[in-house]
Design a protein around this ligand. Structure first.
Ligand SMILES: [Zn+2]
Length: 285
């Protein structure tokens, strides 16, 4: 599940590797993946890649120069990866959503793991990226962190912190893995309502956002030129149900949902309370 730190390191590595490379062809073997009508994906052909950057959880590949500059805005959803390969994939590789072939023989691939086809890419004029619906509606970037004052405004909503922080329109870049880490770092309950936080709690949440920058630093050290299929995520609590809390030793608890899991330390985050597991409550109904 690529979130801000994973997409940031992906964009950095791809930027270093792709800058100056010329696009020979651009294909979308799974038509579902291609959202744009105009310009078509083929508009990228013959253009030189001018850079790769990140906005929220989306990588943006830019190509061409001057007024003709185009951008490929990519949304990896929950199981997509944007990876560079030395050789071309078979068109029958069912994981491939978009294939950008370069004249030097390499290939940039948007691949998707799992059975669902959700990842997508979209070509648009580079200057229009900021106005694209998916970009224009984003809240402030979670990293570098907004000011404490700005964060206080972001969280002033009568919603639980867990969904609030994962809502890209509130704050951009956080998903289901890093939200657990941020809330654990800040010693805040996933079920605390944003609008019920006091100033000191907002400051703790602000400090908690630092886990994103720390993750990027970690990736800078351990991720080589190629982005691996499985990122070495430095997680302390997410997916660590039943393990001791690295800070206080309490057993990490979890709440299971259909498509995600929320992990937390009951002693430090929920006042000692172990919250009802939604799977169990559903069965008991
Ligand atoms: Zn703890």
């Amino acid at each position: 599940m690529p979130e801000l730190p994973e997409v940031e390191i992906t964009a950095r590595r791809l930027d270093a590797a792709l800058r100056g490379a010329t696009i020979e062809s651009a294909l979308a073997p799974g038509m579902v993946a291609l959202k744009s009508v105009t310009p078509p994906l083929e508009a990228l052909v013959d253009l030189e890649v001018s850079g790769v950057r990140r906005v929220g959880k989306m990588p943006v590949v830019e190509a061409g120069a001057g007024d003709e500059r185009l951008a490929l805005l990519v949304h990896m959803m929950s199981a997509g990866r944007l990876q560079l390969f030395e050789e071309r994939a078979s068109l029958r590789d069912r994981r491939s959503r978009i294939l950008i072939r370069l004249t030097d023989g390499r290939e940039l691939r948007l691949r998707e793991f799992g059975t669902k086809q959700r990842a997508w890419g979209k070509v648009l004029a580079a200057e229009d990226v900021a106005d694209d619906e998916m970009v224009a509606t984003l809240g402030p970037e979670a990293w570098p962190a907004p000011s404490v004052e700005e964060l206080a405004k972001v969280v002033d909503q009568p919603r639980h912190l867990h969904p609030l922080l994962r809502d890209q329109r509130s704050i951009a870049g956080i998903g289901r893995s890093w939200v657990d880490e941020i809330l654990w770092e800040a010693r805040l309950s996933p079920f605390k309502k944003g609008s019920e936080m006091n100033a000191e709690e907002v400051e703790r949440l602000h400090a908690g956002l630092a886990v994103l920058g720390a993750a990027i630093e970690h990736y800078e050290e351990v991720v080589g030129e190629t982005i691996p299929d499985k990122m070495p995520m430095p997680l302390q609590v997410h997916r660590r149900e039943g393990e001791p809390c690295p800070r206080c030793g309490e057993t990490i608890a979890a709440i299971h949902y259909a498509e995600r899991i929320t992990c937390y330390c009951p002693k430090e985050q929920t006042g000692g309370k172990v919250l009802a597991d939604r799977r169990l409550s559903r069965l008991l109904k």
